[in-house]
Design a protein around this ligand. Structure first.
Ligand code: 5GP
Length: 190
C-alpha cells in the first residue's frame, strides 16, 4: 500500500533496537481517515477468504482490527494482556514475549468468542519476529477455529517472523514491508 509507505517515510521515526515509532498515525494518535483506508485495503485483500471474525491483541492492533472488521462486516475480538497467568477455566490463554517491552505476558480471551465454526483473520499493527501471531494461533487452535490469514500494517521483514509463517503455508498480507532500517534509513521490500 503506497500510502502506508509514504506515511512511514514522512511520519515514522527509527529508534534504537530496531523499533519503528509511528505514534503520529497508528499508535498514540490515530489518523482515522488514513486508518479507514487501511481497513478497506485489508477487507479488499480478504473479501473472498470466508472470514467470520477479526482478532487482535490489545492495545495497538485494536484500531485497524476494528476498521478492517467494519469493512468486512464481521465482529472484532480483542485478546487481553494479563501480567500473570489467568487460571480461569473460561478463557483460552497463550504466553507471549513482547518484542517492544522485553517481557512475557499471558494473552487471554473468553472461550465463547472462539468457536470451531469461526474462520479468523489476525490483524496487527506490526509483525517483527512473530511471537504475537504464534500466540494468537495457539489461542485459535484451543478453540478449534480456522485461520484465514494475517493482515499486518507494517512488517519488519528483516526480523523473519512473516517469512517463517509464509513458509508454513500461512497467508500473510503486509501493507508495507521493511527490509532494513539500518542507520535510520528505511528500505522497503518491493
Ligand atoms: P512480534 O511478536 O512479531 O515480534 O512483534 C509484534 C508486536 O510487537 C506488535 O503487536 C507490536 O505491538 C510490537 N512491535 C514490534 N515491533 C515494533 C515496532 O518497531 N514498533 C512498534 N510501535 N511496535 C512494534
Amino acid at each position: 500500500m503506497e500510502l502506508m509507505k509514504q506515511k512511514i517515510v514522512s511520519e515514522g521515526r527509527v529508534l534504537p533496537g530496531n523499533v519503528l515509532k509511528v505514534g503520529n498515525f497508528l499508535n498514540q494518535q490515530l489518523d482515522i481517515a488514513f486508518l479507514t483506508e487501511v481497513g478497506q485495503e485489508i477487507a479488499r485483500l480478504y473479501r473472498d477468504a470466508g472470514v467470520t471474525k477479526v482478532i487482535t491483541i490489545e492495545a495497538s492492533g485494536i484500531a485497524i482490527a476494528a476498521l478492517a472488521a467494519q469493512a468486512l462486516g464481521v465482529p472484532a475480538v480483542i485478546v487481553k494482556k494479563h501480567s500473570s497467568a489467568n487460571q480461569s477455566k473460561e478463557v483460552y490463554t497463550a504466553e507471549i514475549s513482547s518484542f517492544t517491552h522485553g517481557n512475557t505476558y499471558t494473552a487471554a480471551v473468553a472461550k465463547e468468542y472462539i468457536q470451531p465454526t469461526d474462520r479468523f483473520l489476525i490483524v496487527d499493527d506490526f509483525l517483527a519476529v512473530g511471537n504475537a501471531i504464534v500466540g494468537l494461533r495457539k489461542i485459535l487452535a484451543q478453540g478449534g477455529a480456522e485461520l484465514a490469514g494475517c493482515a499486518i500494517a507494517i512488517e519488519k521483514a528483516f526480523q523473519g517472523g512473516g517469512d517463517a509463517l509464509r513458509a508454513e503455508g500461512i497467508r500473510v498480507e503486509s501493507l508495507a514491508m521493511i527490509d532494513s532500517m539500518a542507520d535510520g534509513h528505511i528500505v522497503f521490500r518491493s
